[in-house]
Design a protein around this ligand. Structure first.
Ligand code: TYD
Length: 392
């Protein structure tokens, strides 16, 4: 593993602080990102035990995002039409935003965060409140193997990928399908979105790296869709290599070629990415410093894990911000880890609220700009760091 990016000491990005903990010392870990030239895998080098990140206090709920709800609904009907699965399992079923589109009797959810698992258990879904591994897979198949496994923004959070894919192979029928969705490394590098790297995102996958891993488990990508979600993601359709009834779409080659053309198989690409990240930090800090000097009122929009990484890395803390707005009930009344910026319940932006609004949830820019049309029309300004630090 060759190191290329050092994002400094970071708190756990989703450990929002309560009032009573504001003066306690936070746990921090060194966030360093590396590249493996053998399998092209990009990953963070110092990982945090999963129990510290994915537990009963996990704040992220898929159902609270309109974009995600819509996308899951569309995908569910597409999957029903294209693959007609009789049984479906979701790894990381969160609060049920995806599985709710299926017949309760035919879906299984796996969700280790108890607060989220409980939401779906109460609704009568069959949920295993466990981490995804081979022990669980063996337990699940005592009833039946499954036709389709879906997992969005979860597998990149699991360190031991060998366990993941062994468990997939155990659970999936020989003609079964695995559908994976995760942020795209190509988009991350192109947009200088270094905030895709934080404690939970152990891997940011490229298609070429993912296929190299899948080779070890006799699994094969047969189709890829490029999505806008989470700042640019890929949806991979995967089958067992022994299943010859499905042909490989030309999308796979097109995506792999695009990644190779951009140099995702070369260390030098990551070194120049790291240089861009350093420049982005200087520029963003400079914007905030100038605005602060001119007594501008700045608030944040979307208290994301991503903004936690950016603000801690760029050393932009509560001195610069009045507060952050966020819609997530769990985050409201708490403070961003590290920078200790207060999070308030979201209200539609008014020009008097702030001179500048830092777009923490840049991955929902379209949804947010639509919602805040009036603020923008009346001269409201946003600050973003994607694809480069600027005021828009
Ligand atoms: P998310 O996309 O999960 O980012 P990360 O994985 O980096 O935490 O989080 C989006 C956050 O933005 C979430 O806390 C909800 C918030 N949000 C708003 O407050 N208003 C909005 O209109 C949208 C779309 C999101």
């Amino acid at each position: 593993m060759k190191q290329f990016l050092n994002l400094g000491y970071q708190p756990l990005a989703n450990s929002y602080l309560e009032d009573k903990n504001l003066n306690k010392k936070e746990k921090k870990f060194k966030l360093v990102v590396g590249f493996n030239p053998k399998n092209f895998l990009v990953s963070i080098l110092n990982t945090v035990p999963k129990e510290q990140m994915f537990n009963k206090n996990y704040p992220y709920k898929s159902s609270e995002s309109l974009t995600m709800r819509k996308q899951f609904k569309t995908l569910a009907s597409y999957i029903k039409k294209r693959f007609k699965p009789k049984t479906l399992l979701e790894i990381g079923s969160n609060d049920g935003a995806f599985i709710k589109n299926f017949n309760k009797k035919r879906v299984i959810g796996v969700e280790p965060c108890k607060n989220l698992a409980d939401i779906t258990i109460k609704k009568g879904f069959n949920i295993y409140p466990n981490y995804w591994d081979t022990t669980l897979a063996k337990k699940i198949i005592k009833k039946n193997k499954v036709d389709l496994i879906y997992s969005a923004n979860t597998l990149s959070h699991i360190k031991n990928y060998s366990e993941i894919f062994k468990a997939v192979n155990i659970t999936l029928r020989s003609n079964g399908i695995l559908v994976l969705e995760d942020p795209s490394l190509l988009e991350c590098i192109k947009k200088t979105a270094y905030d895709q790297f934080y404690c939970e995102h152990i891997y940011v996958f490229s298609g070429i790296a993912l296929q190299k891993i899948l080779d070890q488990f006799n699994l094969q990508i047969f189709d890829i869709e490029n999505l806008k979600t989470h700042g640019g993601s890929n949806r991979y359709y995967i089958k067992k290599k022994s299943n010859l009834s499905i042909s490989i779409s030309k999308n796979v080659k097109v995506n792999f070629q695009r990644e190779i053309q951009y140099g995702l198989h070369k260390f030098s690409t990551y070194k120049s990415f790291a240089k861009k990240v350093s420049k982005s930090k200087i520029k963003l800090k400079d914007i905030f410093d100038k605005l602060k000097k001119n007594n501008k009122k700045i608030i944040g929009y979307g208290a994301t894990a991503k903004s936690c990484t950016v603000l801690n890395y760029c050393k932009i803390d509560k001195k610069y911000f009045e507060y952050f707005y966020d819609t997530t009930s769990y985050k409201i009344g708490k403070y961003l880890p590290g920078t200790k910026i207060m999070i308030k319940k979201y209200k539609k932006l008014k020009v008097n609220d702030a001179d500048y609004v830092y777009l923490g949830a840049w991955n929902f820019k379209d949804e947010i700009f639509k919602k805040e049309k009036k603020f923008i029309k009346n001269g409201g300004k946003f600050i973003t760091h994607i694809p480069s630090a600027k005021i828009i």
